[in-house]
Design a protein around this ligand. Structure first.
Ligand code: NAP
Length: 302
């Protein structure tokens, strides 16, 4: 059994981006920029936005956090988005979710220019992914494919069983793995809470992707030998022996399943760290798509 080290892979991606950004800056004097829009004072959202900002700074990416009051009107928020849609310094816009209840999240996501939608949630990007066109893909599913790619795990013709059908993990990873491309081209089954006998499906998996949100839900007897396990779950469970009073576990019962599988992503340190790395990668991609090639490589010939 081999551990898929998401922490190291994410760190490798950040190093690669840092180098590419520095090279491009030296050639053309431009850097990618990401603006994070944070509405209200949700402590978890504040932590996420702060870590995204820190990650940008570490790789030389321009970053700004726009903090807006909890009672901002939907109309005013739409105006802020419109401002950044037209601000050439920022190539990626992310609106930290969840938003306060009086704001329609769908309307806000749809207001982001698809070319700057680095979370990959805009229906244009979702639709382009489904029909196999180039798109900004959402970060956690993109990170899963990147892990499969970097560990050279064969996916072509393999049976990928996904447990979970959320719009941020289950559905987009299904749409990625079914594409006719490298590190996809799989036979895909998507399971959800209506499955009467989940084990019937999970036992057929060559690659099992668990995105359920239930601690240690997938047990050893639910999987076959040599399966590749991608555990997306992040769940807090009480642990009095831990200083914090809890520990974080995945959706997979690691000690049982790791004895049978060929590869496994640990929690923490598997899929989790990949999400921010892919956000940075998406911002860099948006930057390269949006900035005129002549400007990017202005000094190339010198
Ligand atoms: P979600 O929106 O709550 O979706 C959970 C999915 O699991 C639903 O589709 C649900 O089915 C399915 N499900 C629940 N119980 C089931 C059962 N008994 N049998 C089969 N399917 C069942 O969750 P999510 O947002 O996708 O997140 C899933 C997990 O991944 C969470 O632990 C979350 O914290 C974690 N996560 C991690 C990252 C990251 O690493 N960066 C990012 C996002 C999420 P129904 O649709 O029928 O309800």
């Amino acid at each position: 059994m081999q551990i898929i080290d998401g922490k190291k892979t994410a760190s490798d991606i950040r190093e690669e981006l840092k180098k590419e950004i520095s090279d491009l800056f030296q050639r053309g004097g431009k850097v990618p920029g990401l603006v994070a829009i944070l509405v209200g004072e949700n402590p978890a959202s504040q932590i996420y936005v702060k870590s995204k900002g820190k990650a940008c700074e570490e790789i030389g990416m321009l970053h700004k956090t726009e903090i807006l009051p909890n009672d901002i009107s939907e109309e005013k928020l739409l105006q802020v988005i419109d401002h950044y849609n037209n601000d050439d310094k920022y190539h990626g816009i992310l609106v930290q979710l969840p938003l306060p209840k009086h704001i329609n999240e769908d309307k806000i996501i749809e207001a982001i220019k698809p070319e700057k939608d680095v979370d990959g949630f805009h229906p244009i990007n979702v639709g382009r992914l489904v029909i196999g066109k180039d798109a900004l893909r959402s970060c956690t599913p993109g990170g899963i494919q990147e892990l499969l790619k970097r560990y050279k795990i064969e996916t072509k013709g393999k049976h990928v069983v996904i447990v979970g059908r959320s719009n941020i993990v289950g559905k987009p990873i299904a749409n990625i793995m079914v594409q006719k491309e490298e590190f996809a081209n799989s036979i895909v089954t998507v399971c959800h809470s209506a499955a009467k006998d989940l084990s019937y499906y999970t036992k057929q998996a060559d690659i099992l992707i668990a995105a359920i949100g239930k601690p240690e839900f997938i047990t050893g007897e639910m999987v076959n030998d040599n399966v590749v396990i991608i555990d997306v779950g992040i769940n807090r469970v009480e642990d009095k022996t831990n200083k914090k009073g809890y520990r974080v576990v995945g959706d997979v019962k690691f000690d049982e399943v790791s004895k049978k599988c060929s590869y496994i992503t640990p929690v923490p340190g598997g899929v989790g760290p990949m999400t921010i790395a892919m956000l940075l990668k998406n911002t860099y991609k948006a930057f390269k798509n949006l900035v005129d090639k002549n400007e990017l490589y202005r000094y190339k010939k010198n």
